[in-house]
Design a protein. Structure first.
Length: 165
C-alpha cells in the first residue's frame, strides 16, 4: 500500500471512494451520500486543489482503498488548528495498517505546515476508529449527544484533540 497526498487529478477516484464511505457508513460522517452524489466531480477536484484542504490516499496500484483529509482553519485566531475529516478504509484492507499510515502522513504534514492542534470527531460506538486515534495520541474532550441524525436515529460524536506542540 502506497500512501500519498491526493491532487486534483485524483478527483474521480477520490470521489468514488468518498461516496462508497458515505453509503457504507452514513453514521460516521456529517456529510451525506445524497448531498455529495449530487455534486459534480469538479467540486472534488476543486477541494483537492484548495490551499486550505489536503487529503491523502492509500493506493495499491491504481486502486484507492483509503482516504483522509485535513482542513486548516481559515481565520487568523484559529490558523494554528486543523480538522481531521473523512477517514475511510475499505473493509477489504482493514487491519493492514492503512488507517494508521494515512493518519501518520496527515500528522507529519500538519506539523510541517505549522499546525499545532488537531481536532476530530468519531461516532460513539466506532471502537476501532477511536482506538486508532487514541494510539496516535488523540484524547477525548467530551461527547456531543445528538450530534447527527441518520434515518431518524440520533448519534453522539466524541470530540478528540491532539496537541502537536
Amino acid at each position: 500500500m502506497q500512501v500519498r497526498r491526493l491532487v486534483a487529478a485524483d478527483a474521480p477516484v477520490y470521489r468514488a471512494v468518498r461516496l462508497r464511505a458515505l453509503r457504507e457508513h452514513p453514521e460516521a460522517f456529517t456529510s451525506s451520500y445524497e448531498e455529495d452524489a449530487a455534486q459534480p466531480v469538479a467540486m472534488a477536484a476543486q477541494r483537492l486543489g484548495s490551499a486550505e484542504f489536503a487529503a491523502w490516499g492509500a493506493f495499491e496500484g491504481e486502486a484507492l482503498y483509503g482516504i483522509l483529509g485535513l482542513e486548516r482553519e481559515r481565520r487568523a485566531k484559529n490558523r494554528h488548528k486543523g480538522i481531521v475529516v473523512g477517514m475511510y478504509v475499505a473493509p477489504e484492507v482493514v487491519r493492514h495498517g492503512v488507517g494508521r499510515a494515512l493518519l501518520d502522513a496527515l500528522v507529519a504534514h500538519a506539523r510541517a505546515i505549522g499546525i499545532q492542534s488537531l481536532v476530530l470527531t468519531v461516532t460513539e460506538g466506532n471502537a476501532s476508529a477511536q482506538a486508532l486515534y487514541e494510539q496516535a495520541g488523540f484524547r477525548s474532550m467530551g461527547v456531543e449527544p445528538d450530534a447527527i441524525r441518520v434515518g431518524g436515529r440520533s448519534y453522539a460524536k466524541n470530540h478528540m484533540h491532539l496537541d502537536l506542540r
